[in-house]
Ligand binder design. Structure first.
Ligand code: ATP
Ligand code: MG
Length: 435
């Protein structure tokens, strides 16, 4: 006798999730809401590669950042026939790739662009609730716009989405904003900040000590509780801003005020990526613990030039889909259940050639038809019809078929069963659609 060896099934990579039914229906629902809002604000879809040259992210995001230092999935590709191997990375965020594509295809030469993407991003972080190694972002980039008007627009686009999802602003999600000014203003602040950090060296953790000269602003972005009061007392960038930066900031604020959007100015909001200037913002919630930021963004006027393009201003945000779905779940804001309109009961599979044209005609008329597959008793088929959540069962019994008809039975209320002609589907298909 041969011993049968059981093959060990493989598992998904840690921190990378399968999104399966019925959960996947929630994703599609959320993405459809997003696309609808994006379309109303005039944002167009871009789809750029998931793998990019590592140098793009090093240049774009910045060398001394968590993402590039520790989190990026970077690897050396196999050498080509000349022995040259490319350094590649799974994208940890979306902005750098979009900007690269716009420069590469000269899309910014004569017009500004409003763009969006939805897709997976990769960061080697410690997986926990709301923090994964493969996660999804919807991001928007408004390229070629300098004024506070479009800063306000991207913030408001998010607010419209919250409203359509049933989230209450100021309660479920709140807006925090800050102004990072311009590089020269940050330099003056940076000197004052380094002097302050030197005075408080005793409370700085190892990472902070390492970064206090290379990236002191980031030291204030710490999640270490022992460093919070030190961070709170640090010199504030807002106090180092000149008239132009302040005018921009006040411009954004005035526009947000004009549409009644309340916000909190958070002087410690610096963001984890190097490329931001002027406006930065986060939409945060207190309902997801440490993973409280659902949407984060700001202005990055220097990035396009930094990546080799003709200088042009830009503003955008990234929104985490997993966190947003977790928040909606926590608040019991659920997608409407995805169910077919009708379930087709097929007592005799041999009759299908006479049934299928009707099912196809119904589908063409917009009716969601789930066909019973694989035969089985009338009773078991009806059980499946009930479980499917359909509002109607279409029963293609032998007697009905002989008369050229199908029986339509309501599964929701006691409405009387009716017979409908197999031909002329158009005359009764709309009765099966949701009210
Ligand atoms: P955090 O401070 O929580 O690490 P971040 O500043 O690194 O966030 P961004 O790079 O600004 O995040 O990304 C934008 C959004 O993407 C975040 O606000 C969050 O909603 C989501 N996001 C970022 N990293 C992850 C992750 N590892 N898993 C799930 N969602 C994430
Ligand atoms: Mg992070």
């Amino acid at each position: 006798m041969t011993e049968s060896k059981k093959v060990q099934p493989l598992q998904a990579v840690k921190g990378m999730n399968d999104i399966l039914p019925p959960e996947s229906a929630r994703w599609e629902w959320l993405e459809a809401k997003m696309r609808s809002v994006l379309q109303r604000y005039g944002y167009q879809n871009v789809r750029v590669p998931i793998v990019e040259p590592t140098a793009l992210f090093v240049r774009g995001i910045g060398e001394v950042t968590d993402i590039v230092e520790k989190e990026m999935y970077a690897f050396e590709d196999r050498a080509d026939k000349h022995g040259q191997a490319e350094h590649l990375a799974l994208r940890p965020e979306g902005t750098a790739g979009v900007v690269r594509a716009m420069i590469e295809h000269s899309y910014l030469r004569d017009s500004a662009r409003r763009l969006y993407y939805i897709g997976p991003m990769f960061r080697r972080e410690k997986p926990q609730k709301g923090r994964y190694r493969q996660f999804h972002q919807m991001g928007i980039e408004a390229l070629g716009f300098a004024g506070p008007d479009v800063d306000a627009e991207v913030i408001l686009l998010a607010r419209t989405l919250w409203r359509e999802l049933g989230l209450k602003e100021g309660e479920d999600v709140t807006l925090e904003i800050n102004c990072l000014g311009q590089p020269d203003e940050r330099r003056a602040h940076r000197e004052a900040l380094i002097a302050y950090l030197e005075q408080h060296k005793g409370v700085l953790d190892e990472e902070a000590q390492r970064r206090m000269y290379s990236n002191p602003l980031r030291v204030l972005d710490t999640k270490n509780p022992a460093m919070q009061s030190m961070a709170e007392g640090a010199p504030k960038l807002l106090d180092f801003l000149g008239a132009e930066s302040l005018a921009h900031f006040n411009g954004v604020r005035a526009l947000l005020d004009s549409v009644g959007l309340a916000y909190r100015i958070n002087p410690r909001l610096v963001r984890g990526l190097d490329y931001y200037n002027l406006t930065v913002f986060e939409w945060v919630t207190d309902k997801l613990g440490a993973q409280g930021t659902v949407c984060a963004g700001g202005r990055y006027d220097g990035l396009i030039e930094q990546l080799g393009g003709k200088p042009a201003p830009a503003v955008g945000f990234g929104m985490g889909l997993e966190r947003l779905l977790l928040l909606l779940e926590t608040l019991n804001l659920q997608a409407p259940a995805a169910a077919p309109d009708v379930y087709a009961v097929v007592p005799e599979p041999a009759d299908l050639p006479r049934i299928l044209p009707t099912l196809e005609a119904l589908r063409a008329a917009g009716v969601a038809v789930q066909m019973h597959g694989g035969g089985g008793s009338f009773k078991s088929q009806f059980k499946k019809a009930d479980a499917s959540g359909a509002r109607f069962a279409l029963v293609f019994g032998g007697d009905e078929l002989a008369r050229g008809e199908v029986a339509v039975k309501s599964l929701r209320d006691g409405a009387e069963q009716v017979s409908r002609p197999l031909a002329d589907v158009a005359t009764w298909a709309t009765d099966l659609l949701p009210a």
